[in-house]
Design a protein around this ligand. Structure first.
Ligand SMILES: [Zn+2]
Length: 305
């Protein structure tokens, strides 16, 4: 098998080793696509360990070998699920952490892990038909969240992002109206029953709070790892419920992934227009670089070994 590992800040190398045996309960999955995730950017860009580091956790692939005691799966089944490290041409995975990929969706767009995170975050918001909903931060995850919200029959579904392409995609994927953060901050304060924050930025979090109406819900789901964050205590006095969109519990995520995959199969949610860039295993650094440089038209990059 071949895998990529980070050996220096912003530098990876591909290593070839003999395949590890498939253990009881595991299957070997040939990688068809492995998503590059913004959450792994620091581990790549700031790598400072002496030991190389292997990354990748958004696997889409095909089963090529079954370990002892694995039932219900066959060679050739297309799957997605939790597998780490997944920047490799094959990965041995606990079969219980996989789900079948919908047959009508191309493999590069069946990324079960981020799908699960998005569906789980939205499930915490208690969305009801007829609500006014806004998504702040329309990257890959925000655009997924927007589609889940669109499926819950909102009366209004606004998308907020500084990037014109992100707003364009949001309008195509179900937003009733789209805004720059400046516009939203000026004219939409206190307008929404539910605001889902997927910006991962302090300013985005502040704006998301400002947009929630009295006794509304703010769901914090962005990836906030670059320093402390503040939440305006004024939210408290407006009766706003603050919901944590994150979970690390695997059973919750598996249930959310199953629901998300049903939505994909039914064409109620798609990652296809969001997978804008593809790189080979050898070009993983180029792929990570896209997340820093944000070239025109970029939303999400997958590795296809
Ligand atoms: Zn991820």
């Amino acid at each position: 098998m071949r895998f990529s590992q980070v050996v220096a800040p912003g530098r990876s190398e591909v290593v070839e080793v003999p395949d590890a045996p498939v253990r009881p309960g595991e299957v070997r999955v040939r990688t068809l696509a492995s998503g590059i995730c913004v959450s792994e950017l620091p581990a790549w860009a700031e790598h400072d360990d002496a030991a190389p580091r292997r990354l990748g956790h958004e696997l889409s692939g095909e089963i090529v070998e079954l370990g002892p005691g694995v039932h219900g799966w066959s060679r050739g089944d297309r799957v997605t699920g939790f597998a780490s490290p997944a920047f490799a041409d094959t990965v041995n995975v606990d079969a219980r952490e996989l789900l079948p990929a919908p047959s009508n969706v191309p493999s590069r767009a069946v990324l079960g892990e981020p799908l699960a995170c998005v569906v789980e975050a939205l499930s915490r918001c208690g969305l009801r038909p007829g609500q006014r909903v806004a998504v702040v931060g329309l990257g890959f995850m925000g655009l997924g969240a927007l589609q889940v919200a669109a499926d819950r029959a909102p009366a209004r579904l606004a998308g907020v992002d500084p990037a014109p392409l992100a707003r364009e995609l949001a309008a195509e994927l179900g937003a009733s109206d789209v805004h720059t953060p400046e516009e939203a901050g000026e004219s939409l304060r206190g307008t929404f029953d539910v605001v889902v924050e997927f910006s991962g930025k302090a300013a985005g979090l502040k704006l998301a709070g400002d947009l929630v109406t009295t006794h509304g819900t703010l769901c914090v789901a962005g990836y906030h790892h670059d320093g402390p964050r503040e939440l305006d205590i004024e939210l408290w006095y407006r009766g706003v419920t603050i919901v944590n969109g994150f979970t690390g519990q695997r059973w919750r995520l598996m249930a959310a992934m199953a629901e998300g995959l049903r939505m994909m199969a039914d064409r109620r949610l798609t990652f296809e227009p969001l997978i804008t860039h593809t790189v080979s295993l050898e070009d993983l650094d180029t792929g990570f670089g896209y997340f820093l440089d944000r070239p025109d038209g970029f939303v999400k990059c997958v590795v296809t070994p």
